[in-house]
Design a protein around this ligand. Structure first.
Ligand SMILES: [Zn+2]
Length: 500
């Protein structure tokens, strides 16, 4: 169904989904479900000030990140006023899925944001941090006079992000929530990050029911093979049978390595220790850092690496550890056993958590072999920069990448072999060794996606591919056609598709 067929009069009585983000790119996830109401029926939504002509629910409300042409869309108004959005159903706590919620709130959104309990907790640290970074960004542009707006304003502030948290409502996995007579939903496990869910949305209109499945980001289906010592989540849930499937395609054209990461990691660390060097690991503070710490602990306990000091240098990482342990029900049985055996990373001997900037700077003076895990994961900002300044020029050290490095980021340049990188206005030589381990991905690759779809009870009436760069979305579309004989469509930005 093409956009033009809906007309612009708004008279159509068809329910539709409109892709307001993560269509043609991997960020800015926002999918609007609109269910028109005839005026005779009136409003029955939960939200008194919401629009009466339709029920409008956003699945995810993420920030555009990466290339400027997409980032600028963070400043674009939605096609409907924020106050006409009745609710947000949030799949998980990554910024490209939740990072626009404070802006929606700032624009007048008065509904609730529904998320799983761990997602609510994680958003409690991630969104204020994002607000802080937005303010810093604006301050930087004002200092450099590098914005055409004067003064440059933040997309939202730390305080606005904090206030938006009051709108969050925790919903347990598999608990059904009737948002309005026309719409109910429940969360099922996605196994992507802590708290991550897929949203099963039931739309009931004119005596007909349609099940919509929004996958959010889909976790590893075969994780246990690649990282036996890693904390992994159970899921993703199989046996779905949606009428409409909206699925991600981040790695729709990729195959993750299948070999166990432990021996390779151990040999990289051991070689660095023998040189008298330090291993510097840029890692996202939430999820990746915690999983990596457990791997290190497991390797040390098995005497595969020496018990050298480990510095986790990220204040957000400390909060995230606590949230992790609070929600241990999230993990696979093997991971729960790992956590039971090792307890809290905050209490492990030899593992140091730098909360304050002073503690962070003190790490710079340490000259014996150690492991420094710090954010941000792509070396575009944060405390990792100080560690790079200190450690990149020394050939004894190792820069170890365990996460995705987006094109044109400092992390990508180093990983791809740059001889020097610019930091704090000066060129820093890269003499340290550089390695990258690909096994840590939290997204299913194409084979895993096909394997998961193979558990479906039936082929959906329509499948819409989102959340992927054009190449990977197209590769997944082709793989579905060839391997499952499924006809899928690649979603385009602002496109509306009928719920049928
Ligand atoms: Zn994600």
């Amino acid at each position: 169904m093409l956009l033009a067929e809906f007309g612009s009069s708004g008279k159509g009585s068809m329910s539709y989904i409109q892709f307001l983000g993560a269509a043609g790119t991997v960020t800015g996830s926002k999918h609007l479900i609109c269910i028109p109401r005839d005026s005779a029926r009136g409003s029955s939504g939960l939200h008194p000030s919401g629009s009466k002509d339709a029920l409008r629910v956003l699945v995810d409300c993420g920030l555009f990140q990466g290339p400027k042409e997409w980032r600028l869309k963070n400043w674009t108004d939605l096609p409907v006023p924020a106050r006409q959005i009745d609710a947000v159903i949030l799949t998980h706590a990554h910024l490209d899925h939740c990072g626009w919620i404070p802006r929606l709130y700032k624009e007048g959104f008065q509904g609730s944001v529904y998320a799983t309990p761990p997602t609510v907790d994680l958003c409690g640290i991630i969104l204020p941090d994002s607000g802080y970074l937005q303010e810093e960004d604006a301050a930087y542009h004002n200092y450099r006079k590098s914005s055409k707006h004067s003064p440059a304003l933040p997309l939202y502030t730390l305080e606005e992000a904090r206030q938006s948290l009051e709108r969050f409502r925790a919903v347990a996995f598999e608990e059904s929530v009737q948002l309005a007579p026309e719409l109910s939903f429940r969360f099922v496990r996605a196994a992507h990050i802590l708290g991550s869910a897929m949203a099963e949305v039931t739309v009931s209109t004119n005596g007909e029911r349609r099940l919509l499945l929004f996958t959010g980001d889909i976790g590893r289906v075969r994780n246990h093979r690649t990282a036996p010592g890693k904390v992994i989540h159970s899921g993703p849930v199989g046996g779905e049978s949606p009428d409409v499937l909206v699925m991600e395609s981040t790695y729709g054209n990729r195959h993750h390595p299948e070999q166990d990461v432990m021996p390779e990691l151990a040999s990289l660390i051991n070689a660095t220790v023998e040189r008298g060097g330090t291993v510097v690991v840029p890692a996202f503070a939430v999820e990746r850092t915690q999983k990596f710490l457990f791997l290190l602990k497991e390797l040390m306990d098995q005497k595969q690496i020496p018990a050298i000091p480990v510095h986790a240098d990220s204040p957000m990482g400390i909060h995230a550890v606590k949230i992790y342990l609070k929600h241990s029900e999230e993990f696979s049985p093997e991971a729960r056993d790992l956590i039971r055996r090792h307890g809290s990373p905050l209490e492990w001997p030899g593992f140091h958590f730098a909360a304050t900037p002073e503690e962070s700077k003190r790490i710079n003076q340490m000259r014996y072999p150690s492991i420094i895990v710090s954010s941000n994961g792509m070396c575009v900002g944060g405390r990792i920069l100080h560690h790079l300044m200190q450690r990149l020029p020394d050939p004894r050290n190792l820069m170890l990448f365990i996460g995705f490095q987006a094109p044109r980021t400092r992390g990508r340049l180093i990983r791809d072999g740059a001889r020097e990188v610019k930091m704090f206005g000066q060129m820093v030589p890269v003499r340290a060794r550089v390695a990258a381990l690909e096994q840590f991905s939290d997204h299913a690759d194409v084979d895993e996606l096909i394997q998961w779809l193979g558990t479906f009870k039936k082929q959906p009436r329509s499948t819409h591919i989102v959340h992927g760069e054009p190449d990977s979305a197209e590769a997944l579309r082709q793989a579905l056609a060839e391997q499952l004989q499924w006809q899928a469509e690649t979603a385009t930005y602002m496109e509306k598709v009928e719920v049928r």
